[in-house]
Design a protein around this ligand. Structure first.
Ligand code: 13P
Ligand code: SF4
Length: 359
């Protein structure tokens, strides 16, 4: 639907009034009505880097979800203010790993006698206190665009441990499994799933000792909707179909796809595709629709029978953006995301380890 012209004019006026003091970041899953006002769009890795690269912006308005705004706050100077236009824009996957649960699991790994071998890696889609946990325990953050290099780094961290390092990966079991098995050559048997709702994660001590990857039982409710049978159906009805999916999809779906990668990778792949080619895309619907609109010379289909927006990404709408911007113009910083200094310092260590990875 077209954006409300009155709100568009107000957003433009507020941006104009704030000028260089304001920088607006937009994740690829944001609505059209919002993304049009982003100074930079990107995947979560690119947006973290962009936030860190804007030391002159007094206000960073983050059109994305809560964990992304927290990361931007951690990576920017204390004097800069990060604003999330709707505080209810969270991430159900990030909510699946709470600090107390992760600490309980860590204690259980110690009780199993493997604490010295384990390196914790958290997906960017996690709260700041989970990132801080990784920072103080020798671990790092990763995103969907650098998970393989982050895992390589982690496995190289314990050269003196017999049997080598193990990775404790949270909250997204699928990104962890897909990266370890499909990109790095580990086997499915090398991976075990830690269920935070069961005693000892639902695992025996021997299973923990034998594992290379201990995967948190978390997932994305949006990417979890894509199924292998829809891929089969689409391949049967579309000649020369290329299937490209995000690594938050299940192992079965990623195995059946032709290409897998972050939102930025998906965009670049579609941009580079030959006219006339056919693509089924397994990621959030705002992005897929935008790609279909931008590439009418390519045949782009959505990899789900139903609509599949990320409901929390969609909470950032034009009224919320206008409200946040107009308040900034009036001198009121609303919905500021401010990570406490102790958490920030430790989370920054884990984020910096990611930013320092090669590639
Ligand atoms: P990207 O890192 O590919 O942007 O994906 C992050 C994500 O899941 C946003 O929900
Ligand atoms: Fe979280 Fe999934 Fe939405 Fe990304 S798409 S913000 S992982 S719920």
């Amino acid at each position: 639907a077209a954006s409300d012209p009155g709100l568009v004019a107000r957003a433009l006026a507020a941006k104009e009034a704030l000028g260089e003091r304001l920088f607006v970041l937009g994740h690829h899953y944001q609505r059209d009505e919002v993304i049009q006002f982003a100074d930079v769009t990107g995947d979560s890795f690119k947006l973290a880097r962009e936030a860190a690269a804007r030391p002159d912006a007094e206000f960073i308005v983050f059109c994305g979800v809560h964990f992304m705004a927290e990361s931007a706050d951690i990576l920017t100077a204390d004097s800069q203010k990060v604003v999330l236009p709707d505080m209810a824009a969270g991430c159900s996957m990030a909510d699946m790993a709470r600090l107390a649960q992760v600490e309980d699991a860590w204690d259980a790994l110690a009780a199993a006698g493997i604490a010295d071998a384990v390196v914790p890696i958290t997906y960017m889609n996690s709260s700041a206190d989970i990132k801080a946990f990784c920072g103080r325990n020798g671990g790092a953050v990763c995103t969907s665009s650098n998970a393989e290099v982050a895992l390589e780094w982690a496995f190289a961290q314990k050269p003196d441990v017999e049997g080598g390092a193990k990775v404790f990966f949270f909250p997204d079991q699928h990104l962890g499994r897909n990266t370890a098995v499909l990109q790095m050559g580990y086997s499915l048997e090398d991976c075990v799933v830690w269920n935070p709702h069961l005693p000892n994660g639902g695992l025996t001590v021997q299973q923990l000792r034998d594992a290379k990857m201990i995967l948190w039982r978390g997932h994305c409710s949006v990417h979890g909707r894509f199924t292998a049978d829809v891929i089969d159906e689409l391949r049967a009805t579309h000649a020369d179909l290329n299937v490209i999916v995000h690594p938050e999809c299940t192992y079965e779906v990623v195995t059946k796809a032709d290409l897998v990668g972050s939102t930025e990778f998906i965009i670049k792949t579609i941009e580079a595709a030959e006219p006339g080619t056919t693509w089924a895309i397994g990621t959030e619907l705002n992005l897929v629709k935008r790609l279909a609109d931008a590439h009418p010379d390519k045949n782009i289909v959505f990899l789900d029978r139903n609509v599949c927006y990320c409901s929390t990404m969609n909470r950032i709408d034009l009224p919320h953006l206008v409200w946040a911007l107009e308040n900034l113009v009036a001198g009121n910083v609303v919905n500021q995301i401010s990570v406490d200094p102790a958490t920030e310092a430790e989370a920054k260590v884990a984020l910096q380890r990611m930013l320092d990875l090669p590639g």
